[in-house]
Design a protein around this ligand. Structure first.
Ligand code: GLU
Length: 553
């Protein structure tokens, strides 16, 4: 065999054979059609919403087919590792309803028979396969310095030649064993490259589960498989890991699509059966007339932490992401308003092939729908959990007025068209503050809203009379309104729009102004849920007190 001495020199500690690993990690014994897939982040500590999106698609497919969804940590670029990132990833995914059936379970722990699940602990495995390829003459050491490579590139660009390390430009492609040994013994640094058997004249046909049929020229670049630090490149690790972990579906971001020629070639060279691939469109954001990638730097919503901070219930984000995954989700949801989202069947082939548009307005719509369907008790529980962390004042107010808070969250919930008040928990305070004296009486006179058609003076006159005459326990919304109308009419407000329009000077205003005055006295706002319900929740004492205070404004 070629390069035997060189292989011993480079890999003196490899004591296993490739066969050993192939047997150690046998094909999984799962039912027909079961999808084995993974989430494979680098532990950089930043959770991008795109990661949750990718994980969700993987998790759904594994779960739908009773397959396996595992967590692999891609930490071969050790500079980037942030402490606690693995636990954070696991907790985030759990929070988004995803649990890994296998793989890393903590910083230093894992479960499953196909580990280690952290690439930095798999060096022996990569080396075994790299050594095997070296012995077969399919891999060689390259001693080029970064300067030399940059120079080569410049030369190629200047001469309008495809840049890269390939064919005749691959300086060390045909290095002799003696020369390689000598250079290594002289202490020269090197990396290992694949001696690419590809020819760009040939095309590879490929079926991507999202993108459909694609074809591309064979890879002819002698790509790096083992870096100077002895760790593998993404390409090599992907081939080794996904084969030995018996991944059936590699479902990952489309930024990897352009590397597919390399990956397909590596699988072939290694003698591995290829997995199925699905390349997920990148999450984009509309900006003016154009679309751009959701950016970690520019867009708060790129960070998963954002959703927690502003208080989107995770299930709303999941529902929204499922809308992006399959546009049929919306229809399914309309037909199955109360079904659990797990019952929806995610289909890769129905996914949009181009950029997935991320739209906060749409997220808010979805979220409002979800919260509107949530029972008041659950709204209370979720809101208090959020407030405990992000709004202490509201947490105290809500939990010390639990009964009232639950009634507030129950306003207009039970009808066929439940109110859609909140998209996220940080909007709650603004919409319900007036139920709490501590917040309500803190408002300044400038914050008091009145209907445009009503002066403060007239509003006070209305409240003065109304406070004297209204019946608190009147029995129903209808009778309550009849009474308000009667009082208003006597005060010179008109109960009929047509009549008012025909002769506006004959009236002080419309009955809606009377209701507006009451609304403002009770809430300082012009837009609230049903007034009768609000009054019932506040109770007579509070209502009367507010009328009093309004008169002293
Ligand atoms: N570590 C790679 C990344 O974060 C994983 C890509 C893949 O799923 O293969 O982009």
């Amino acid at each position: 065999m070629a390069f035997e001495k060189l292989a011993e020199l480079i890999f003196p500690n490899v004591d296993k054979t490739t066969q050993y690993y192939l047997e150690k990690y046998p094909k999984r014994n799962l039912k027909e059609g079961a999808v084995v897939c993974r989430y494979a982040p680098s532990p950089t500590g930043f959770q991008h919403i795109g990661g949750v999106f990718a994980a969700l698609i993987n998790e759904r497919l594994a779960s739908q087919t009773e397959g396996v969804f595992f967590l692999r940590i891609e930490d071969t670029d050790q500079k980037r590792e942030v402490e606690g990132a693995i636990e954070d990833t696991i907790a985030t995914m759990h929070n988004f309803g995803m649990d890994f059936s296998e793989g890393m379970t903590g910083q230093n722990t894992s479960k499953g028979e196909y580990g280690p699940y952290r690439q930095s602990e798999r060096a022996d495995i990569y080396k075994t396969f790299a050594k095997d390829l070296l012995l077969k003459g399919l891999v060689y050491p390259c001693f080029c310095t970064p300067e030399e490579l940059a120079e080569l590139r410049e030369r190629q660009v200047a001469n309008k030649i495809t840049p890269g390390y390939y064919g005749e430009y691959a300086k060390f492609r045909n290095i002799t064993e003696e020369e390689a040994i000598e250079r290594i013994n002289n202490g020269e640094s090197y990396i290992l490259r694949l001696k690419s058997p590809g020819n760009i004249e040939n095309r590879v046909e490929f079926h991507d589960l999202i993108k459909g049929d694609i074809s591309f020229p064979e890879n002819n670049q002698d790509v790096v498989i083992i870096k100077g630090d002895g760790l593998p490149t993404y390409h090599f690790a992907h081939a080794i890991d996904d084969y030995l972990m018996r991944t059936t579906h590699v479902i990952r971001g489309e930024e990897w699509l352009s590397s597919l020629p390399i990956h397909v070639q590596l699988f072939d060279v290694l003698g591995f059966e290829r997995p199925q691939y699905a390349h997920i469109p990148t999450i984009m954001k509309q900006e003016g007339g154009s679309k751009r990638k959701l950016s970690k730097r520019k867009d708060a919503e790129a960070a998963v932490s954002y959703y927690k901070e502003v208080g989107y219930p995770t299930v709303c984000v999941i529902e929204y992401l499922l809308n992006i995954v399959n546009s049929t989700y919306e229809e399914w949801r309309a037909e199955n308003p109360t079904a659990d989202y797990h019952e929806f069947n995610v289909q890769l082939e129905k996914m949009s092939k181009s950029g997935a548009l991320f739209d906060l307005v749409k997220l808010n719509d979805v979220s409002k729908d979800v919260i509107a369907r949530m029972p008041a008790n659950e709204v209370y529980d979720q809101y208090t959990t959020w407030a405990k962390e992000f709004d202490n004042e509201m947490f105290e107010l809500i939990t010390s007025n639990e009964t009232m808070a639950k009634e507030v969250f129950n306003i207009d919930k039970e009808g066929p068209k439940p109110r859609k008040d909140f998209a996220k928990w940080d909007e709650v305070k603004d919409k319900i503050f007036y139920f709490f004296d501590e917040l309500f009486y803190n408002e300044t006179a400038e914050q008091v809203e009145l209907p445009k058609t009503l002066s403060l003076e007239n509003a006070k006159a209305v409240i003065e009379e109304y406070a004297k005459r209204f019946t608190f326990n009147i029995g129903s919304q209808e009778t309550w309104f009849e009474e308000l109308k009667a009082i208003g009419t006597e005060l010179g407000y008109c109960a009929n729009r047509k009549e008012f329009k025909a002769n506006p000077d004959a009236f002080k205003g419309m009955i809606s102004d009377v209701a507006g005055a009451v609304r403002s006295a009770l809430s300082h706002r012009t837009n609230t849920p049903d007034l009768y319900t609000i009054m019932q929740i506040m109770g007579e004492e509070k209502v009367r007190e507010r009328f009093e205070r309004f008169l002293s404004l």
